[in-house]
Design a protein around this ligand. Structure first.
Ligand code: GLU
Length: 448
């Protein structure tokens, strides 16, 4: 475990004491605190205003019952929640996750990360996150719709274009956003496009939002390599996951000349030494919503591995893009042994703290999620801009904005790391730069 000063330790201990049983939240807070000693030392006003203590306490946490009926007529009950963490920079902004593992601690970790991620984008968006322990796997379209309608029937009173703007995350894609937005529109009798992002292109959505997180993470990787005088051409890549982030990371990696040889889902991974066939992957995951082993069935030369680790597949660059804590110290050691030179987090906190330490000791370039996967939420902010001005931008223009944003985020993290005496440490750079922007705004807004 990394260290921080006694003052930060006592604040951290208090966070743990007041939020017991939330290990992911504690992990996310600790990881940020480990970077903050030098900033707090340089800025006594942050301690005076108790910025850290206030940052760790969500402004508001909403939990609600979500009753719905499945196709057999049986009543089902899930728990819905929204953590409105910090609105110093703008309306709460962040996705909704529908997954059986969801609990308050996980939503708080995601909401906490989102504060700094959103700050790094330079856009006017605060941090929030929500979701439910609903498991969409195997559910019919009708069941998904009934669940989304029930969820929104409770959530609608807490969100709004100027209040809180949800979007997707694991288990929530454009189909779910459609049902959620439809119910919001019906209840409020207003077409308030800017209340949710990730909308379909025919009804207020923005071009590039679908691709943005994966594309953005790849641009970030490109910047990291460029800072070391290198690029993606001819590189072998492994991308875990096969959801929205992973699929579009694969697409951009291929466009930039890399060969992506493996991806995964919760059932296992596929290894395709010739390079993944993206059309087939999209067909299986986006159209058929099938399991990843189907890919290996239909593609000669590819194999499916059910019990094993995708990180055993040798690669030059790795993009963990599935879920939190998926890449452990053992996996990190294997990647280093196999000659991996760069790791970029497409998911939120996919690498454990020990894994990150191993990368840092081995001088593997490491891009933390709150910087590297910020392209998704940044493009959500572009969607909000288009909604506010009743405009829609071209793919080329929007993608250029995304690329520029990722370049700026990398630059900010890089320069901040240098300024604070830890060159190339993008974890420090991201944490300090993100914190600094939010902390300054919180001081300016007074004791609220
Ligand atoms: N769920 C995404 C994230 O982790 C996107 C959130 C958004 O677009 O609001 O950043």
């Amino acid at each position: 475990m990394g260290q921080f000063s006694e003052r930060l330790s006592s604040i951290f201990d208090d966070v743990v004491r007041r939020s017991p049983g939330e290990p992911e939240f504690h992990q996310a807070v600790r990881e940020v605190f480990e970077s903050l000693d030098p900033v707090v030392a340089k800025h006594p006003e942050f301690a005076e205003h108790k910025i850290l203590q206030r940052l760790c306490e969500p402004e508001r946490q909403i939990m609600f019952r979500v009753p719905w009926q499945d196709d057999s007529g049986e009543v089902q009950i899930n728990r819905g929640m929204r953590v409105q963490f910090n609105s110093a920079l703008g309306p709460y902004k962040g996705g909704l996750r529908f997954h059986p593992s969801v609990n308050l601690g996980i939503i708080k970790f995601l909401g906490f990360e989102q504060i700094f991620k959103n700050a790094l984008t330079g856009m006017p968006i605060g941090g929030g996150k929500g979701g439910s322990d609903f498991d969409p796997k195997g559910r019919s379209d009708q069941e998904i719709m009934r669940f989304c309608q029930s969820f929104m029937t409770e959530l609608y009173r807490n969100i709004g274009e100027y209040t809180d703007v949800p979007a997707g995350d694991i288990g929530v894609g454009s189909r779910e956003i459609g049902y959620l937005f439809g119910q919001y529109k019906r209840i409020t009798n207003s077409y308030e496009s800017g209340v949710i992002t990730g909308k379909g292109l025919d009804w207020g959505g923005a071009l590039v939002r679908t691709e943005a997180t994966g594309y953005g993470a790849t641009y970030f990787l490109q910047e990291m390599l460029a800072a070391r005088g290198s690029d993606l051409e001819g590189r072998t890549a492994v991308v875990s996951g096969s959801g929205n982030v992973a699929v579009y990371a694969v697409e951009k990696l291929q466009q930039l000349g890399a060969k992506v040889v493996a991806c995964s889902d919760s059932s296992g991974y596929v290894h395709d030494p010739d390079g993944l066939n993206l059309d087939l992957l999209k067909q299986i995951k986006e159209v058929e919503r099938a399991r990843i082993d189907v890919y290996a069935e239909r593609r000669s030369g590819a194999r499916f591995v059910a019990d094993g680790s995708i990180w055993d597949v040798p690669c030059d660059v790795a993009l963990p893009s599935a879920t939190q804590n998926e890449l452990t110290a053992d996996h990190a050691a294997t990647l280093v042994k196999n000659g991996c030179v760069a790791v970029v987090e497409g998911a939120n906190m996919p690498c454990t703290p020990d894994a990150v330490r191993i990368f840092s000791e081995a001088k593997v370039a490491f891009g933390p999620g709150k910087a590297a996967n910020a392209g998704g939420v940044a493009t959500s902010a572009l969607e909000m801009q288009q909604n506010a001005s009743r405009d829609s931008w071209s793919f080329e223009f929007t993608e250029a904005r995304l690329a520029e944003t990722m370049r700026n985020i990398h630059q900010t993290c890089y320069e901040t790391a240098e300024e604070y005496g830890s060159p190339l440490d993008l974890v420090k750079g991201a944490n300090i730069a993100g914190f600094h922007r939010v902390a300054r705004a919180m001081v300016a807004l007074g004791l609220i």
